[in-house]
Design a protein around this ligand. Structure first.
Ligand SMILES: C[C@](O)(CO)[C@H](O)COP(=O)(O)OP(=O)(O)OC[C@H]1O[C@@H](n2ccc(N)nc2=O)[C@H](O)[C@@H]1O
Ligand SMILES: Nc1ncnc2c1ncn2[C@@H]1O[C@H](COP(=O)(O)OP(=O)(O)OP(=O)(O)O)[C@@H](O)[C@H]1O
Length: 294
């Protein structure tokens, strides 16, 4: 075990996000979620320390004790009966409140690092249970492979082969969308979702055109009504040359476009920044282009 573990964690987009009106005993909505990793990464470093220290760069507005990273470390230590005597440094590049799962990615990376440090598998039931208690998206970041998640969007049903495709991510500069507010908005007006089968079939075949045709998110109207700029971004993205298809990811405020080429993704991200002042990235989706150091 190296004294310092360094993990580059990807973020995610939802190729299919289907929210049901029914909820579980925690009050969480039943969710069908087909998630894939995106190579816009945070760096999470874990090393020995006299006591738990959590540091984010750039700094967060919330206290370290309130972060997903702190909660993940203390909850796993409790579950295993060990002391969380580590320092955790997060260098964040994944934007907050984007629907890209940034805070969940950090927590997932911490759980993977600590599971390895404390001698258990990241797929151990105790790790998975802590992940689900930290947040609905965290279970995906224990594995980071394209997958279908059911339950509250936090129970792995099946994984798919990795693939590699160009993607552009674009989000407004205004404040992002709060996940809870998006779900509350869904309760007021949302409808039962379409089937996740087309997204699964496309992933099974590694067929990016079919993935583009299958993009679906019935939480997007909630994000668009909470933040008008989300609608402006998603409409603009859909109209750009070189876009196979686009969709809002998760509860927004970021949208993504599967693109014909890296060049198209780069041109779209540059235009979004230069012509509109939006935040934008050209990167890769699917997991095959990502390499992990841990
Ligand atoms: C929108 C998605 O990002 C899609 O992948 C996820 O469903 C949200 O995952 P997350 O950000 O990890 O969400 P959490 O931090 O667990 O939950 C934030 C809030 O969203 C609502 N929430 C979340 C997940 C879910 N299945 N039902 C819910 O109603 C709850 O009000 C919860 O208090
Ligand atoms: N590790 C973390 N990284 C970033 N934000 C965190 C973290 N832990 C707690 N937070 C708090 O959570 C807020 C973001 O929560 P929220 O779940 O809405 O977005 P997110 O996890 O960044 O992305 P997503 O919308 O994709 O779920 C931040 O504004 C911050 O106050």
């Amino acid at each position: 075990m190296p004294s310092c573990q360094v993990i580059e964690t990807p973020c995610k987009v939802n190729l299919h996000l289907g929210i049901h009106r029914g909820r579980d005993e925690r009050g969480y909505h039943r969710v069908d979620s087909v998630m894939v990793p995106v190579a816009l990464c945070d760096t999470v470093a874990v090393e020995d320390a006299p006591e738990l220290v959590v540091h984010h760069e750039p700094a967060l507005e919330v206290a370290p004790e309130k972060t997903t990273v702190w909660r993940a470390a203390t909850m796993l230590a409790d579950a295993l009966g060990v002391e969380p005597n580590v320092r955790i440094d997060v260098v964040a590049r994944i934007p907050e409140k984007a629907g890209l799962g940034g805070s969940s990615a950090d927590a997932g990376a911490v759980l993977r690092a600590l599971a390895c440090r404390w001698g258990i598998s990241a797929s151990d039931e105790r790790v998975v249970s802590v992940a689900r208690r930290v947040g609905a998206d965290v279970a995906f970041f224990l594995d980071c492979r394209p997958g279908l998640y059911l339950g509250a969007g936090d129970v792995l049903e099946r994984v798919f082969p990795e693939f590699d495709a160009p993607i552009a991510l674009v989000m407004p500069t205004a404040d992002g969308v709060s996940t809870k507010e998006a779900y509350d908005e869904f309760d007021a007006s949302g409808e039962e979702p379409a089937s996740y089968a087309p997204a699964c079939e496309a992933l099974e075949r590694g067929d990016v055109d079919a993935m583009a045709a299958a993009l679906y998110n019935n939480l997007a109207p909630s994000a668009e009504s909470l933040c008008v700029d989300v609608r402006a971004v998603s409409e603009w993205l859909a109209a750009q040359d070189g876009v196979l298809a686009s969709q809002v990811t998760g509860s927004g405020a970021c949208s993504f476009a599967l693109c014909e080429s890296d060049k198209a993704a780069e041109a779209i991200a540059a235009r979004a920044r230069e012509d509109h002042g939006w935040r934008a990235w050209a990167t890769r989706v699917g997991g095959a282009a990502m390499r992990e150091n841990s």
